[in-house]
Write a protein that binds this ligand. Structure first.
Ligand SMILES: Cc1ncc(COP(=O)(O)O)c(C=O)c1O
Length: 356
């Protein structure tokens, strides 16, 4: 603490990211939902051919190439897309653009734990609406006075998915509420809400290239919505940092979005490995939620989440446990390669046998 911290800094409870060990080769790293496969070879080629001398110039301020690739991929217009330095930054900017200390925002009590952090940073009042016992989200129970509702779909860390029809009903019923759907994991088998942005001016969809396109290290995220919403985010971005995405990230992201065949093949591999792992864990008696993501939310009978996390680390496997009362018994395991996941199943089997 320093005497120069202001009253807001003093009260902040920052987000705690998953551990990034110094020597990543020591562990099978399944704690931050990274992709186990490299990005598209086309990305590698673009980076290799990049003229390093061009780094003396500032990057394109709005990530034009990425916006172009996203708008082509989703069939939306250029001015319906906003690009930022990871979806975390996109979320930070849109919380600032649309909410303040007079507007209530609501989100599930079990969801991405960064949402309350943005609220405390900006002084936005928020309410956490309890998810059901099975972790499903009941959208009808959200307070009428909320100016905004945000949730991840599929949700994190539970992996559960809300059908697009149910989200459309919410959009229709609540025209004066901004609905933000964080689709960080949508590519692993769920359906995107993006087509609805043409019909509803109260919808913003946020996505990332960190998971399904293997570019977590380059920090690229985007939002899609009605052009007036996008302009609002741009106003905040241009009052904070005009050049959030570096030149290399921009060419890499464009290449990753354009290489659809590679994207499809990586997604398919991960979904197959996920389904195999879920079945294998169920056979052992481990409880898992029905995931449509690149992670598995699991509860090992008789072994509390924090202990499971430590025991797996001793076995050379990093997973994540959240220090939050409703989910403290659970661990979140990122889907790695087939080999990684065989090691996970074997390790969990050993831990359960020891505990028997
Ligand atoms: C639900 C959700 N949203 C957003 C993010 C942020 O992703 P990034 O900032 O890498 O784009 C994550 C990362 O784990 C996430 O789980």
């Amino acid at each position: 603490m320093s005497k120069f911290w202001n009253s807001n800094t003093l009260t902040l409870k920052p987000y705690v990211p998953g551990e990034q060990p110094k020597d990543k080769t020591t562990f099978i790293k399944l704690n931050t939902n990274e992709n186990p496969y490299p990005p598209s070879p086309f990305v590698m080629e673009q980076i290799k051919n990049f003229n390093l001398g061009d780094l003396r110039l500032y990057p394109n301020p709005e990530g034009a190439k990425i916006k172009g690739a996203v708008s082509e991929y989703y069939g939306v217009s250029y001015d319906e897309v906003f690009v930022g330095n990871g979806s975390d930054e996109v979320l930070a900017l849109l919380f600032k653009a649309f909410f303040d200390n007079n507007t209530l925002i609501a989100f599930p009590d079990v969801t991405y734990s960064f949402y309350p952090v943005y609220c405390s940073l900006y002084g936005i009042p928020y309410t956490e609406v309890p998810v059901n016992e099975d972790f499903s989200i009941d959208l009808s129970s959200y307070p009428k006075e909320a100016r905004g509702i945000i949730f991840a779909n599929p949700n994190a860390p539970t992996g559960l998915y809300i059908k697009v029809e149910d989200i459309e009903r919410l959009l229709k019923d609540r025209p004066d509420t901004l609905i933000i759907v964080d689709e960080a994991y949508v590519d692993f088998g769920a359906q995107s809400c993006v087509p609805l942005i043409k019909k509803y001016d109260n919808l913003l969809v946020v996505q990332t290239l960190s998971k399904s396109r293997s570019l977590a290290g380059l920090r690229i995220g985007f939002a899609i919505g009605n052009k007036d919403l996008i302009e609002g985010i741009n106003r905040v971005k241009n009052s904070f940092n005009s050049y959030p995405l570096d030149t290399i990230a921009q060419i890499a992201a464009e290449a990753a979005i354009k290489d659809r065949d590679y994207f499809e093949s990586v997604k398919a591999k991960i979904m197959k490995t996920r389904d195999w792992t879920m079945e294998s864990l169920k056979v052992l008696g481990v409880e898992v939620t029905p995931s449509l993501t690149n992670f598995i939310f699991a509860r090992i009978p008789g072994i509390p989440g924090p202990i499971a996390q430590v025991r797996l680390k001793q076995e050379g496997i990093l997973v994540r446990n959240f220090n939050s009362p409703r989910i403290s018994d659970w661990i979140r395991i990122t889907v790695g390669t087939d080999e990684d996941m065989k090691a996970v199943v074997e390790a969990i089997k050993r831990i359960m046998t020891e505990n028997a």
